[in-house]
Write a protein that binds this ligand. Sequence first.
Ligand SMILES: [Zn+2]
Length: 313
Amino acid sequence: MSRFANYKSIIVVLSTIGSLAIGTPIKLSEEAISTTPSKAAGMSNCPRIVSRSEWRARSPTEEYLPMVVSPSSYVVAHHGGIPHYCYDETTCANIVRSYQDLHMDVNTWADIGYHFVIGGDGNVYEGRGWDHVGAHCPGYNGQGIGICIIGDYTSRMPNNASLEAFQSLIDCGISLGKVKPDYKLIGHRQGRDTQCPGETFYAHIKTMPHWEPNPVPLWGVSGKGVFKPGTKTANLTGTQRWTGLIALGVPMATSTRVGDGTIAEKAALNAAKKLIKCGVDSGKINKTYVLLAHKQVAQTACPGNKLFNVIKK
Ligand SMILES: [Zn+2]
């Protein structure tokens, strides 16, 4: 029987938006993800970056996704929102660990959500680093570096050491090619309903030269649990892996291009097939699943004629 005909079981919809979450978590060693400090060391623009092993970070529970936009076009400012402050590395590291515990144990995210955390000691503490999707601001997790200054800045400003580290970290990102020189700076509250980064700090951010009053979110990327379904199985990395996800419809509407016959696009289709197989094998998708295109269930041209022709086969 054709996979098209039967709607009785689980339905897989190929689309250009949406998200998927299947598969089992893969633990990565700290060495595998912690590349920032060694690269940053010695760069004149870079502040001291305390590595994950130095602040004794827990390992993430899932594999990271690469940033969607790189170099990043946004920097998102956060505050901790908790009136705990620190002026030495030991105390700051304790607080960073408490943020990580909160994000992992209470929010059940795969890791601390921020890309970097800054302490009143003027140090930068490495979170997810420059290269991985964060979990800090909806619409910006894949295109913006989330930087959190420890403390609550509702009615006071971060100290000078924190503010200097904040700017020098951004300059460092630019010098490393991780942040666009014409990056846009926003406060967390511009992306969602929150007081973060605190009224006083936000008023200051609005005076900074890169502040952007009208930011544009990029949807479809969630770093809460980091997406990693069949991608390991599909054996793709970096941009190739994103292309694989795009074919299955994560954020960018490029699927009309799929099927043009280039290597990356074949890889994307193969990744899509492997992802579905992975879902079936791991019991997340019914064996008798029905494959549909977005246009079959909604008023849309998605996923484009070329991909639709492929799907119909
Ligand atoms: Zn925030």
